[in-house]
Design a protein around this ligand. Structure first.
Ligand code: ACM
Length: 677
């Protein structure tokens, strides 16, 4: 059979098309089901959206924001042509609940062809989620902006996907919170857990107890008007706002205004005196106060869930108070835990009377509490499984603490259904509602909080939304970095804050050499910054050091480590990898000479001098190691010993920073001194 030339070319193109790898879709969270099709939908100036089915103000607002965002991302000022069918057609069967409910349907289906797109969902909440997917799909191509042809059917794995933001240790203004809400919505998170009071500051206006903020804050708090506006803002974006008032511990800020609530005599001032004061659960006046307080806050916050904290209750004041000890004995209690359980039972009744469901940290888990409460696990995954076994619903935060400065991959590996939860029965598993990342605010300010939350928060969002099997780390990093760029279009400053802060430190415009250093360091991990602080933290001190400016995870260091890995695995033959490794090492070797004059000039950089010198030494060591490897002669032992000593030095934290390229350079040095066949 003869094939006509045109058909032949067509067949050739078709076979080429099928042989090509599927383009990576930069979606995060990855949808439950994605099928790519042929072609793409161009995003042009005539782009338009049509809504059929349910129409409400919330949906109209969402569509408006979506169009604005797409226009911002693409730079195209849209001018739809009247009379033409919409590019994107939206159809929601039903509207949303006035107060967003846990478990409200968030599913959607998105179909994109080369001629148009259709987004359908049972509720307009699902439409909100689908619009975010569309925004992530819009990519620049050689011929313009376009969305690839695709069929997506999506719904969340867990109904509770939150982020906690602590606004007590450092006050975080509403505008900063709003841009973080936008970020959360972009990655389909649905709960902001607002940690509103702690030892360092009480942040909500109470009209009933005005001294809570009057004497328990530095004047920085949210008015009730601001709170209502913020809750509406979050609701528009499909996000519930759950308040937390942490009691009976973490309550220092309550006592300057209301010392009668405390278990010790005081006096109390906001600036703290190391007393770790806690609430007195033995006095009826405490419950009278809480009755009024919870009633006021329950009205202000419409969400059905009310977080009472309950963590880290330091019993020193209870132990020292004879009246409290007498109460414990008189009620047949064994210890302080029993007293806290008694407090929680009374508190739970107050919360329930106000039509709210009580949520607390895992310390509150106690069989005397009703099964309606929710337990939030932060001390380990075991408590999540234990709660589920006992009939309680639970949330996982252990493993999702953003303030611990872990790499994204480490958070990504934590799954609410893994570890102790893996062996639960299906019924017990159904009690695990999801989880929350936590941004505790000891070491953040409005200037750098975004970079502590993003982009790593997106991978926790994916863990909680996407199917459990989605866990390829390389794909995660590629998609996280793509989404990270999109997030800045929302006004988040997680990338743009760093150059500003480096400029401040440098006091000059040319920060190239400083950036080379900042690129390959990370803050110390876990609670090591606290232990290095040696003494109480001054929460009013500036956070303007290098550790405050750098990203929690160094991409360049990770890439360098991967390159060294590739080179080693090639038996030291991959010349392209070697050339790149040499380029990095040369930059680092020569960097201290460029940076040194600057380091001397500004007080904010002096502490980074040893780090800069170590980076240069690592660069030189790595280059020498490559020279030995190229010659095929093992490096002398004496040289190796010397290099390993300096690498050991470079691995030690300096100025609360870790030099992340020390380990891969060590790998090169060790390889260069070994015998190779
Ligand atoms: C906590 O981190 N203390 C809940």
């Amino acid at each position: 059979m003869r094939t006509s030339p045109i058909v032949g070319i067509f067949l050739l193109l078709a076979s080429l098309a099928t042989a090509q790898p599927q383009p990576q879709l930069n979606l995060m969270p990855m949808p439950a089901s994605v099928q790519t099709g042929a072609g793409q939908l161009p995003i042009t100036q005539s782009f338009s959206v049509g809504v059929v089915g349910t129409h409400d103000a919330s949906l109209d607002g969402a569509v408006q924001r979506f169009v604005t965002q797409l226009s911002r991302q693409t730079g195209i000022p849209f001018r739809p042509k009247p009379g033409e069918p919409p590019t994107l057609q939206i159809h929601a069967e039903h509207g949303r609940q006035a107060v967003q409910k846990l478990g409200e349907d968030e599913s959607y289906e998105l179909t994109v062809t080369d001629s148009g797109a259709k987004l359908t969902a049972p509720t307009s909440l699902g439409i909100l989620r689908g619009l975010q997917t569309f925004l992530q799909l819009a990519q620049i191509t050689s011929s313009g902006f376009a969305v690839p042809a695709v069929t997506i059917k999506d719904q969340p794995r867990f109904p509770w996907r939150g982020t906690l933001i602590d606004v007590s240790r450092h006050f975080i203004p509403i505008d900063v919170l709003k841009r973080n809400i936008d970020g959360m919505a972009a990655v389909k998170m649905n709960v902001l857990h607002w940690h509103l009071s702690d030892d360092q500051g009480f942040r909500v206006e109470s009209k009933v107890f005005p001294k809570l903020t009057g004497m328990g804050s530095d004047g920085m708090f949210y008015t009730q008007e601001e709170i209502r506006d913020f809750i509406a803002y979050a609701h528009d974006r499909g996000i519930r706002v759950m308040p937390e008032f942490d009691i009976p511990g973490h309550t220092h800020s309550w006592y300057p205004g209301y010392p009668e609530l405390a278990s010790g005599p005081g006096p109390y001032t906001l600036d703290g005196d190391g007393l770790d004061p806690i609430m007195d659960p033995t006095r009826e006046t405490t419950y009278k106060f809480l009755e009024k307080f919870v009633a006021e806050m329950a009205k202000l916050f419409p969400d059905a869930y009310f977080h009472i904290g309950g963590d880290e209750v330091d019993g020193k004041q209870w132990d020292a108070n004879p009246q409290i000890q007498a109460f414990i004995h008189a009620h047949g209690m064994k210890n302080n835990q029993d007293l806290q359980a008694y407090f929680n039972q009374r508190l739970q009744k107050i919360v329930a009377k106000n039509h709210k469901i009580m949520v607390g940290w895992d310390e509150i888990l106690h069989p005397d509490l009703p099964k309606t409460i929710i337990v939030q696990s932060w001390r380990g995954q075991e408590s999540l499984a234990a709660a589920a076994k006992q009939g309680y619903r639970g949330l996982l935060s252990f493993g999702y603490y953003l303030d611990l400065m872990w790499p994204a991959a480490r958070h990504y590996a934590v799954d609410p259904m893994a570890d102790a939860a893996a062996t639960l029965t299906p019924e017990e598993k159904s009690r695990i509602l999801g989880g929350e990342s936590c941004q505790w605010a000891e070491w953040v300010t409005p200037e750098n909080i975004d970079s502590h939350i993003w982009p790593r928060n997106a991978v926790i969002a994916e863990r909680l939304w996407s199917p459990q099997e989605i866990k390829d780390v390389a794909s995660m990093y590629t998609r996280m970095n793509a989404v990270s760029l999109d997030l800045e279009w929302l006004g988040l400053t997680h990338r743009s804050a760093r150059p500003h802060m480096l400029h401040r430190m440098a006091g000059t415009g040319d920060i190239t050499a400083l950036r080379n250093l900042a690129d390959v360091v990370e803050p110390v991990k876990d609670y090591n910054r606290w232990s290095d602080a040696k003494g109480p933290i001054d929460f009013h001190a500036p956070l303007t050091r290098m550790i405050d400016a750098v990203y929690p995870e160094s991409d360049p260091a990770r890439h360098f480590g991967d390159l060294v890995q590739t080179f080693v695995q090639s038996g030291y033959k991959d010349q392209a990898a070697e050339a790149q490794i040499r380029m990095w090492l040369t930059t680092w070797r020569d960097n201290d000479a460029r940076l040194h004059p600057l380091l001397d000039q500004t007080f904010l950089l002096q502490e980074d001098e040893p780090m800069s010198q170590d980076l240069s030494a690592l660069g030189a060591a790595g280059l020498q190691a490559l020279d030995y490897l190229d010659k095929g002669q093992p490096a002398p032992d004496s040289w190796k010993t010397q290099q390993l000593a300096l690498i050991d030095q470079a691995k030690k934290p300096m100025a609360d920073l870790l030099l992340m390229v020390a380990a891969p350079v060590q790998q090169l040095v060790e390889a260069s001194a070994a015998e190779h066949k």
